[in-house]
Ligand binder design. Structure first.
Ligand SMILES: Nc1ncnc2c1ncn2[C@@H]1O[C@H](COP(=O)(O)OP(=O)(O)OP(=O)(O)O)[C@@H](O)[C@H]1O
Length: 206
């Protein structure tokens, strides 16, 4: 895996608004996130955390406000970010290794090999099993291993600790710390602790 720190850049979100099904979910949401910074996005069920992440990765159009990146040679957030969403987005008929190879081809900027990424999340022993055979926590770990096969500075994580046991939560905290040390940035929607002392919190909704 390459050890070059990420280029300096900053995500600036200003006055973002979100409507879903004709209903205002949130407005006036602003945030700033740069190298080595982590932000825990909190709020009650339905506050709009997943919707905000969907806007950041270009899957949902904002109903107001702006999302921009400063200092990344014109690159936009979708090209600079990794999404690990609520749904794991894995192909159940493919093996864990094949899923990661597919993700690496799709995302570009190769970093760890699929084998090394599976080793890092403690899943080397199931590398050749179809993902459909894996447990919920194992599938989530394969989804998280995608963060390692392709090098992107912004990690957008929706409930990343969901389905993980205590040891796997600690493993993920370790991966996040290493990413921050390399100058990466993390925004994670969460209902619980991320284990990152320096993480700021942004609460949305009432
Ligand atoms: N496609 C859709 N059409 C209409 N309403 C939607 C749609 N998708 C989401 N919503 C609504 O938008 C609101 C925000 O949903 P969202 O999933 O962003 O919340 P969240 O903060 O991530 O919640 P949770 O903590 O339960 O994951 C909810 O009230 C949800 O019902």
């Amino acid at each position: 895996m390459t050890q070059t720190p990420f280029q300096d850049s900053r995500l600036r979100v200003e006055n973002l608004a979100c409507r879903r099904g004709g209903r205002l979910i949130f407005d006036g949401v602003s945030l700033s996130l740069g190298n080595g910074e982590a932000l825990a996005l909190t709020g009650r069920n339905g506050a709009g955390k997943s919707s905000l992440i969907a806007m950041l990765c270009g899957r949902l159009r904002p109903d107001g406000g702006s999302i921009r990146i400063e200092g990344a040679d014109e690159a936009e957030l979708p090209e600079l970010s990794h999404l690990v969403g609520h749904r794991d987005g894995l192909k159940t008929a493919l093996t864990a290794r094949e899923n990661l190879a597919f993700a690496q081809d799709l995302l570009g900027s190769p970093a760890a090999s699929p084998e090394a990424a599976l080793e890092a999340v403690g899943l080397a022993h199931v590398a050749t099993l179809p993902v459909g055979y894996l447990s919920a926590g194992q599938r989530r770990r394969v989804a998280l291993a995608r963060l390692l096969v392709s090098r992107r500075p912004y990690w957008l994580l929706d409930e990343p600790m969901a389905a993980l046991d205590t040891a796997s939560q600690a493993m993920l905290t370790g991966l996040m710390r290493a990413h921050l040390l390399m100058g990466g940035a993390i925004l994670a929607a969460t209902h619980g602790p991320l284990g990152l002392d320096a993480a700021r919190e942004l609460r949305i909704g009432p």
